[in-house]
Write a protein that binds this ligand. Structure first.
Ligand SMILES: [Zn+2]
Length: 542
């Protein structure tokens, strides 16, 4: 590190936030899609670091008022008195993320920017010097899991995992190497697996069976949270999600990790299975445990009849277990919204939009997509505001999910949803003579409704975030918006050890062979709601 001259031959400089990274011109890998991910991470860490700093300062003040003077002097010599946070970026590639943390997050004491690839670490070193952050960032050339296992006694305040694909193999180390009350930042990009395209692979990787569903993006978040919580539980630790986001082609969760054997017992009541009707796609959840006061009980089940009681014709698929607890800490998200006003972030507008929708989200797990619900009964789709009004008029709450622009997230039981569908169909009849006798559509339409439905406009049907014209759901800005090429740590794709090899379980050769299809599948999922013909339709609804 003594050489401060950076060799910039054949290099191109890419700027993002307050960082600049040098990448070889012939092989530039820079995925602008990830800027949102990095901006969000900077904003979250900003808030976390300020809170931690305050916590440590308060603790130190309390200590110093009670200890003797000579002890006080000793304390001041300890590095802890800097009251900054230590961050591990376990899979750093070029170091861009770490450099942004160093430059844009306050109260940082140290960042370890680790990568298993020698060439990546060379690049990290170069970028550290170029950005003049060598006082804060320590490059590390190690297997990410080793770094984490070796840090179990000297834990990090924040551990960031941003792999290409599945983060599973890093989680065991991550939940052990983060401090009590520390922050874990985890990305998963293998959306095809998480979204139900391969439930058996999902079980192998995440310990949960995924289902194909319109709410697959939230289900993916809940599968990942379930997975992290089960890893944490093994070491007497539990998680408290701060923010769980599904955007573009990936998911990203921010969770606090705490130590406490007793609280780990809540895991069963925070987790549950999901029953999804094969015909009408009605969803019913079943927690794995019930907590009443300080007592824990086993639930009884199943929560559904053998044949779906809504469409009368079909059985259920069973998925899970998924996380049924809260996805976000709303107080934290509110502070985040307030804090991004003062930050200069490239994707600020989008951040503001997404976070405001998150703030409005109900805590009820999962959601229905309005167009899908109506297509089950082969009926025209009402405007969102009409359907939302009907739910509100019936006495229930409703919100959007940030993960889907035509989502209906509600605490109303399935009966009410189908009552509303039937009431709408009365006004806009489906062609019943074309429906098969055993179809879910006919089963639902021929069921008696129990509740009177009103589509009169309800004052809460139009959410604040929509009235404020925030950038709530971003359309894919380019034709090939997606995960792009697998990161080869962006230096020299011919020789650098691919992240694919590092991150994926090499035994799954069959799945690897299918990987060429996977990218297409991921794109299909992430762009599914925005196909041009479909987009026009949706625009009429929202
Ligand atoms: Zn059904």
């Amino acid at each position: 590190m003594e050489n401060t001259e950076v060799d910039k031959t054949n290099c191109k400089i890419i700027k993002e936030g307050q960082a600049e990274i040098l990448v070889l011109e012939k092989n530039v890998f820079y995925n602008p899609v990830q800027e949102f991910n990095r901006d969000l991470s900077v904003a979250v860490l900003n808030l976390f670091a300020k809170e931690k700093h305050q916590e440590l300062t308060d603790k130190e003040n309390k200590k110093s008022s009670t200890i003797e003077k000579d002890e006080k002097e000793n304390l001041q010599e300890q590095p802890e008195s800097q009251n900054g946070i230590r961050i591990l970026e376990a899979l750093s590639a070029t170091g861009l993320r770490s450099i942004r943390y160093a430059k844009e997050v306050p109260h940082v004491k140290q960042i370890i920017a680790n990568d298993i690839s020698e060439k990546a670490v060379e690049s990290i070193k170069k970028n550290i010097l170029h950005n003049k952050v060598e006082n804060l960032i320590t490059p590390s050339h190690e297997d990410a899991t080793m770094v984490m296992y070796e840090s179990r006694k000297n834990r990090f305040d924040a551990v960031d995992l941003d792999p290409y694909g599945c983060p599973s193999i890093f989680l065991d180390g991550a939940v052990q190497s983060v401090s009590n009350g520390g922050l874990l930042l985890v990305t998963a990009t293998d959306m095809a697996v998480l979204a139900g395209n391969s439930p058996e692979t999902c079980y192998v990787k995440y310990g949960a069976v995924s289902l194909k569903s319109k709410c697959c993006h939230e289900m993916a978040l809940r599968i990942l949270l379930q997975h992290i919580s089960s890893h944490a539980g093994r070491y007497g630790r539990y998680i408290v999600p701060q923010l769980s986001i599904s955007v573009d082609f990936y998911i990203r969760v921010f969770v606090r990790v705490y130590s406490g054997q007793i609280k780990c017992k809540n895991n069963t009541s925070n987790l549950g299975m999901i029953y999804q009707c094969k015909g009408c796609e009605s969803m019913t959840t079943q927690p794995l445990g019930i907590k009443k006061g300080n007592a824990y009980r086993l639930p009884t089940g199943p929560p559904v009849d053998q044949i779906c009681k809504y469409c009368k014709n079909h059985k259920h698929h069973i998925g899970g277990p998924i996380w049924l607890g809260q996805l976000h800490d709303k107080l934290f998200v509110q502070s985040l919204v307030d804090s991004i006003d003062d930050m200069k972030l490239g994707t600020q507008k989008r951040l503001e939009g997404v976070l405001n929708v998150v703030l409005e989200e109900l805590d009820t797990p999962l959601y229905y997509a309005l167009d899908r619900v109506m297509s089950i009964v082969r009926c025209d789709t009402p405007a969102m505001v009409k359907f939302r009004s009907a739910l509100l008029n019936a006495g229930y709450q409703v919100s959007y999910s940030h993960a889907n622009k035509i989502s209906i997230k509600t605490d109303a039981p399935n009966d009410i949803i189908w009552d509303i569908v039937r009431a709408w169909e009365k006004l806009h009849p489906a062609k019943r003579d074309r429906l098969e006798k055993t179809s879910a559509a006919l089963g639902i339409l021929e069921t008696e409704s129990t509740k009177e439905i009103s589509f009169d406009l309800h004052p809460l049907a139009n959410p604040e975030s929509r009235k404020m014209h925030l950038s709530r759901f971003q359309l894919n800005p380019t034709a090939n918006w997606g995960p792009g090429a697998r990161s080869t740590t962006m230096i020299d794709s011919n020789t650098v050890l691919s992240k694919t090899k590092k991150n994926q379980n090499k035994n799954f050769n069959k799945r690897e062979r299918n990987n060429s299809n996977e990218k297409q599948e991921i794109e299909n999922i992430s762009t599914d709601d925005f196909q041009p013909s479909k987009k026009e339709k949706i625009d009429n609804i929202i």
